[in-house]
Design a protein around this ligand. Structure first.
Ligand SMILES: Nc1nc2c(ncn2[C@@H]2O[C@H](COP(=O)(O)OP(=O)(O)O[C@H]3O[C@H](CO)[C@@H](O)[C@H](O)[C@@H]3O)[C@@H](O)[C@H]2O)c(=O)[nH]1
Ligand SMILES: [Mg+2]
Length: 193
């Protein structure tokens, strides 16, 4: 990693809103590649880290997806119910602990061996969220609970088992528009060779 920290000096950080997610307004002095320093203003959402997982039944070549209401999709004029890979916030756990917990809560699948694949910033211009991506092989005996999400959190999650090829087709026809889900399904396609 290149250390460019001497090119960035945070001048001020003002909290504009401090609800579920903190939104802050920054002033920073940024020194560009030519060596000129500029005062820049940025508004940033301080999102905590998250994890997601592709649960793949290799034998049947199916993947486990979840479908749930997403207000931002509704507001953007897209289908309110998004089809995604299981995901959740780390809530202070390690990424691996968190994704085992979320897989169980959302899908009822017990995850045995889990493989870290990559991590990604999903909206690096404005959002601090880092998502850790995992993969696990599952079979029918791993579905030990119903899933569906936490009732006390008003999660209302439908669990889908979809052939990988059908899920890939759902990217093409626009039924899957969630970035982390598209990334994981494309990754699975590449693994298959
Ligand atoms: N009170 C309150 N609760 C919220 C709010 N936003 C979310 N929640 C609750 O916080 C929990 C978040 O559920 P998780 O399963 O931990 O996260 P997620 O919503 O699935 O988020 C994942 O996918 C998102 C969309 O791709 C990502 O944005 C997110 O970082 C993560 O990867 C849910 O119970 C939801 O009700 C809010 O503004 N206020
Ligand atoms: Mg979730």
């Amino acid at each position: 990693m290149t250390d460019n920290s001497d090119r960035v000096k945070i001048v001020s950080d003002k909290t504009l809103s401090n609800g579920w997610t903190r939104l802050s307004s920054y002033e920073l002095d940024y020194t560009d590649r030519k060596g000129d320093t500029h005062r820049i203003h940025r508004e940033i959402f301080h999102r905590t880290p998250a994890a997601c997982i592709l649960l793949h039944d290799v034998e049947r070549d199916t993947v486990v997806l979840v479908k749930q209401f997403r207000l931002p999709a509704h507001l953007a004029g897209e289908d309110d119910f998004m089809i995604e890979v299981p995901a959740g916030l780390l809530d202070g756990d390690t990424p691996e602990e968190a994704i085992r917990r979320e897989a169980m809560e959302e899908t009822g699948f017990r995850v045995r061996d889990v493989k870290f694949v990559f991590k990604a910033l999903m909206s690096p211009g404005a959002v601090t969220e880092v998502v850790h991506f995992f993969h696990a092989e599952v079979d029918l005996t791993d579905r030990v609970e119903e899933g569906g999400g936490l009732a006390e959190e008003h999660e209302d999650i439908e669990v889908l088992e979809v052939p990988l090829d059908d899920a890939l087709a759902m990217i093409e026809d626009g039924r899957i528009i969630d970035a982390k889900t598209i990334m994981m399904l494309q990754w699975a396609r590449l693994q298959r060779g």
